[in-house]
Ligand binder design. Structure first.
Ligand SMILES: [Mn+2]
Length: 477
């Protein structure tokens, strides 16, 4: 493709020439004769002429498929040049804004008269890679600090939340990688092991060992790190840690020597991908596969709580991972017993105003509840799902939505925060409350009332005025 650039600044000319030359045929229209000669001698394609005259472009053989870039340094209006280009038949025209006057306001000045002209600014074009590089060096400093701090420990514990999910386990592997340790010197542990079928399949396919810990065994470690979870989760058992890396909202009430908590990230593995890249550690295929699977599963393949950085981490890991293995892990998600609860939810649940609510009764395991909540969110016309069930005398409630409406975490905290643990993100949340507290607070006599009660709470939540002008919720007593 041919490209004509109207520039008078030597630095800009040399830069454009270097960037565009491999893919484009570039020629510069230059007014200043000594500059033109100098650039010509340096091998730059140059046409000397007045860019305010139409015949300069006609002589330069401007056609409808020639791309024209016009430098706008804010000093002299480029209007005359734009007119000349237009009269010569140019249609693919860009203004390249340089200097402090290159703003949106400047681009609007020309928009009415030249609606097809696109305005680019130099800082936009070069800013992103530079900002990424600079923030990478900040991450590098941080990672090198904790690497040094942890380097003299004999054994390190990398603690995960109960029933670890792919993000927790993959984060454990990634951190072990960053610390350049083996499974004997960096132990991945949790108080309760893996139970979900797809996570068990990940454990087997990738040969991950999650050791079951007790308060006593935790104390045997020189250093304790935590990934995908923060110390408050363990209810006072671990209140001082050496390192926390997590993407859940930041909690208080604990001390950590090093901390990297980024609640706007879709997964902990996204944070760890940045750590790995910053210090240039090799990622094994196994770790990359685990991390890629974790990002996919924590963001529901970019369907919820996704950030540009998650997509960047994904594309970085993709060529390093084993895609066939990931397909195999994903296939484990549908099991016979899960389908039974989907059927039960279908029979007992109800869809009102695009909200699907159901109570699944007493369950042997908790994972059926979020599974059913995720499953019904895929259905046509469903925008919210609230799925509850009783596990070990506690009512577990999973809340999901399509992410562009009210906040699921706020719903969980507001109705259940005072009687149990409740929290989550905009698109997904969870509450666990004792059945007794639930019965007392909401005056429930029997379990058949649970489904309708949840419908009532969510309807109240969705119909009320936005935060700030709302009144306290009324609770039936
Ligand atoms: Mn996570």
């Amino acid at each position: 493709m041919r490209c004509l650039a109207v520039c008078q600044d030597e630095l800009v000319i040399r830069m454009l020439d270097e960037i565009l030359l491999p893919g484009f045929e570039v020629e510069f229209i230059i007014e200043n004769k000594p500059l033109a000669r100098r650039l010509h001698d340096a091998g730059v394609g140059v046409i000397t002429g007045d860019p305010r005259r139409t015949d300069t472009f006609l002589k330069a053989d401007l056609g409808p498929s020639t791309c024209v870039i016009i430098e706008d340094n804010g000093r002299r209006s480029p209007r005359k040049i734009l007119e000349a280009v237009r009269d010569a038949g140019g249609t693919l025209v860009y203004l390249l804004g340089i200097g402090p006057s290159a703003t949106t306001k400047r681009s609007e000045e020309f928009h009415d008269e030249f609606p097809d002209v696109a305005y680019l600014t130099m800082s936009e074009l070069f800013g992103n890679p530079l900002v990424t590089e600079v923030s990478r060096s900040m991450t590098r400093a941080r990672v090198q600090q904790y690497q040094r701090y942890l380097s003299d420990a004999d054994r390190i514990l990398i603690m995960l939340h109960n029933d670890p999910d792919p993000d927790a386990m993959a984060s454990g592997l990634a951190l072990r990688n960053i610390l350049r340790r083996t499974k004997n010197t960096a132990i991945i542990g949790a108080l309760q092991g893996v139970t979900r079928p797809e996570n068990l399949r990940m454990v087997n396919l990738l040969d991950i060992h999650v050791e079951t810990m007790t308060p006593e065994t935790i104390r045997e470690f020189d250093r304790v790190c935590m990934v995908d979870v923060q110390p408050h989760y363990f209810g006072g058992l671990i209140d001082r840690v050496d390192l926390v890396i997590d993407h859940h909202p930041e909690q208080t009430g604990y001390t950590a020597v090093f901390k990297d908590v980024r609640a706007d990230y879709g997964s902990t593995c996204t944070i760890l991908t940045e750590h790995l890249r910053a210090v240039d550690v090799n990622i094994s295929e196994r770790t990359a596969t685990a991390m890629l699977y974790a990002i996919k599963s924590d963001t529901l393949f970019f369907n919820r709580q996704t950030n540009r950085v998650d997509i960047e981490a994904f594309s970085y890991l993709y060529p390093l991972a084993d895609a066939a293995l990931i397909r195999k892990m994903e296939g484990a998600e549908i099991t016979g017993e899960r389908l039974e609860y989907v059927l039960k939810a279908h029979q007992n649940g109800g869809l009102i105003d695009q909200v699907f609510c159901t109570f699944l009764g007493t369950l042997p395991r908790e994972d059926f509840i979020p599974y059913v909540a995720d499953f019904f969110l895929q259905l046509e016309h469903v925008k919210w799902t609230i799925v509850a069930g009783i596990v070990n005398e506690s009512l577990v409630v999973s809340v999901r939505n399509l992410g562009y409406s009210k906040n699921a975490g706020e719903f969980a905290r507001r109705f259940f925060g005072d009687i149990g643990s409740a929290g989550g993100h905009r698109a997904m949340a969870k509450a666990v409350v004792s059945m007794r507290a639930f019965r007392d607070k909401f005056a429930i006599d029997g379990t058949p009332e649970i489904g309708p009660k949840l419908h009532e709470l969510i309807a109240q939540f969705l119909h009320e005025a936005p935060a700030g002008e709302r009144k306290r919720e009324t609770v039936r007593s």
